[in-house]
Design a protein around this ligand. Structure first.
Ligand code: PLP
Length: 368
């Protein structure tokens, strides 16, 4: 049964966008170019313009591949360690493992971001890089992370799968690190109609290596300089992203307005901790994540009322089966038991947010 307010239903895109995508698809069918081509070049340009950067932006197959390619581009492999946060989508650490290196997990702060105060304790002679994650759309303090890394002589990768469009001190998320990684997974603020991602770098040598790594190590057709693979973006997805980019700002404004309604309506309700910084420019309002000790009961209550929610994430990465680390990550472990993502997307209206907030208030009035 379809919920009256689903967490996210991507079939709800408005008619204008739907027709623009259909036109693009029809044009691409007539064009007959399904790998590379002008849509991919246009996407590179559009992304650079939108992020207001002179960095190279190289579209690729998805965000997980972007992370793996980034690690390969800076030469991370066997016997290397890479510092990653304990609370993130699995890809951040998975990419490290897939290149044969070891992820070294550190705990987060109470908002879920990697605790930069713990970096020194994770450092070893084998540390080659750190991956910072802008979790839920909220940016890490990138100046701090970059200056720490520089002082230690290690590389920084920015996992910007979730914070596309966020800006810190005038600079776009993804443009601070040696390499920034983007995901255009369909549920992201800028989502493709399938899988897609991108890499960002200001280093020309790295840019060239990335272009080779995602295209079988070719420097030009049939000239294979290094070992690589096929991690190219699908041309059709590039075309769809070019269309969706022109709708992005309107959708962002909607997200921020709706997030503002939640903040107002849920302030002081029960034991809820709100994402207070969600309206700031360095947050792209990707997810509206509250914290509550009653998370599971509240989630069930909302589900019974037809309101979909999600948990980002119920298990921290070092405790997942492939890792099964014994160490404690107290803050992130607590978050994995208390965080709840409420519906926040451009297909909702202010009334939906008011209804959801009213249901949440009802829940607390019943348990108090
Ligand atoms: C923090 C984070 N890193 C990496 C990824 C991987 O992106 P993709 O799903 O495009 O492979 C995601 C997206 O799901 C993510 O949220």
């Amino acid at each position: 049964m379809k919920m009256p307010i689903p967490f996210l239903d991507l079939s709800l895109i408005d008619r204008e966008l739907k027709s623009a995508l259909e036109r693009k698809f029809s044009d691409m069918l007539s064009e007959g170019i399904f790998s590379g081509g002008k849509e991919v070049e246009l996407l590179e340009k559009n992304l650079c313009l939108f992020l207001d950067t002179t960095c190279a932006i190289i579209p690729c197959s998805n965000g997980t591949d972007a992370l793996e390619i980034a690690l390969r581009a800076i030469g991370i492999g066997k016997n290397d360690e890479v510092i990653v946060p304990a609370l993130t989508w699995v890809s951040t650490a998975e990419a490290v493992s897939m290149v044969g290196a070891t992820p070294v997990f550190i705990d987060t702060d109470s908002s879920g971001l990697m605790n930069l105060e713990l970096l020194d304790s994770a450092l070893s002679p084998m540390t080659k890089a750190v991956i910072g994650v802008h979790l839920y759309g909220k940016m890490l303090d990138m100046e701090k992370l970059v200056s720490w890394s520089k002082s230690k002589g290690i590389k920084v990768i920015e996992d910007n799968a979730q914070a596309f469009g966020a800006i810190q001190k005038g600079k776009s998320a993804g443009c601070f690190a040696d390499i920034g990684c983007l995901s255009f997974y369909p549920t992201k603020n800028l989502g493709a109609l399938g899988e897609a991602g991108a890499l960002i770098t200001q280093d020309e040598q790295l840019a060239m290596k990335i272009r080779m790594l995602i295209n079988h190590g070719q420097i030009s057709r049939d000239h294979h300089e290094i070992l690589g693979r096929n991690a190219r973006i699908d041309t059709i997805q590039a075309g769809f992203l070019n269309v969706k980019m022109s709708f992005f700002q309107t959708w962002q404004q909607k997200r921020k307005t709706l997030a503002g309604v939640y903040l107002k309506k849920l302030s002081g309700v029960g034991d809820i901790i709100l994402p207070e910084t969600i309206l700031a420019p360095d947050h792209n309002a990707h997810l509206f994540v509250i914290q509550s000790d009653y998370r599971d009961a509240l989630r069930q209550y909302l589900e019974n009322k037809g309101i979909g929610t999600a948990i980002h994430y119920p298990t921290i990465v070092p405790k997942m089966k492939p890792y099964s680390f014994q160490e404690e990550y107290k803050v992130s472990e607590k978050l994995s038991k208390t965080v709840l993502s409420l519906p926040l997307n451009p297909f909702l209206e202010e009334n939906d947010i008011k209804n959801i907030s009213a249901k949440i208030k009802n829940f607390y009035s019943k348990i108090s």
